[in-house]
Design a protein around this ligand. Structure first.
Ligand SMILES: [Zn+2]
Length: 52
């Protein structure tokens, strides 16, 4: 038994980390959002620095 990385539900299977493709999509989506936020934050920071 493994538990899904997104919703924490237990499921059968060895190769996958998620109980369903929806959970996999959600996980990737939230990862991407975190990355985008980090990039935005970096850009904002860089712009602020270059103006000063
Ligand atoms: Zn799940």
């Amino acid at each position: 038994m493994k538990s899904c990385k997104t919703c924490g539900k237990d499921f059968e299977g060895s190769a996958r980390e998620f109980c369903s493709w929806q959970c996999e999509e959600n996980y990737r989506h939230s990862l991407k959002k975190k990355l985008d936020d980090a990039i935005k934050h970096d850009k904002g920071h860089t712009q602020k620095l270059s103006k000063e």
